[in-house]
Ligand binder design. Structure first.
Ligand SMILES: N[C@@H](CCC(=O)N[C@@H](CS)C(=O)NCC(=O)O)C(=O)O
Length: 202
């Protein structure tokens, strides 16, 4: 498999799962400004959506959308239990989290990255993100990982989007559990490997 990624972007979540599963893979960095890959390819020809992540499967097909890519990788190594069995209620609960992280957290961070974001936009987004983080923090008070007692694909995604708080100056101190959670996830060897390989830690 080959993962097209941008350092620290949402593509970090599938990158973490590729490390967690030990699936053989290659990485190709994408410059999201120029849409050129590190090997000089036009990324728009590879993924016409223009964004990361994109996963090239071993049969050459392209898979996109974080929540789906995470499930695909998880399903290749069922013994790692990164997603529950398809059709089980547990699976739907995990999908519920993936969807929540995508639409209610990931996408709420987007406007904060825009250089032209005005104070009112920032205020509105911070209020919305704050409400979502209240909910996440409450869930993490009941179990150490977001979907239950063990690490799952949803944790790779949640860890990734919480990491953006540092870049756009969202103070996570009002939710001390989130800081503890980030440290716990960051301590995983697979996460360390992915962060190092994207140049995010030394
Ligand atoms: N709906 C997409 C959104 C992916 C997304 O937001 N990717 C961002 C990085 S986190 C990106 O590549 N943005 C550049 C762009 O949209 O052109 C998914 O779930 O994969």
């Amino acid at each position: 498999m080959k993962l097209f990624f941008a350092p620290g972007a949402c593509s970090l979540a599938p990158h973490i799962l590729l490390e967690e599963t030990g699936i053989a893979h290659t990485l190709e960095r994408v410059d999201l400004g120029t849409h050129k890959t590190e090997h000089g390819a036009d990324y728009m020809h590879i993924n016409p959506k223009g964004y990361v992540p994109a996963l090239v499967l071993d049969n050459g097909e392209l898979l996109t959308e974080v929540g789906v890519v995470l499930q695909y990788i998880s399903d290749q190594k069922k013994d790692r239990q990164l997603m529950a069995a398809p059709g089980s209620l547990e699976r739907y609960r995990q999908m519920e989290w993936l969807s929540f992280i995508s639409t209610e957290i990931h996408k709420q961070f987007g406007p904060l990255f825009r250089p032209d974001a005005d104070a009112a936009t920032r205020e509105r987004q911070l209020t919305m993100i704050g409400r979502r983080l209240d909910y996440v923090s409450e869930a993490l008070g009941r179990h150490p990982y977001i979907a239950g007692p063990a690490f799952t694909a949803a944790d790779a995604y949640l860890f990734t989007v919480l990491g953006w708080a540092d870049y756009v100056k969202v103070d996570l101190k009002p939710w001390p559990r989130l800081g503890e959670y980030r440290s716990r996830i960051q301590g995983r060897p697979a996460v360390q490997k992915a962060l190092k390989s994207e140049g995010l830690i030394a």
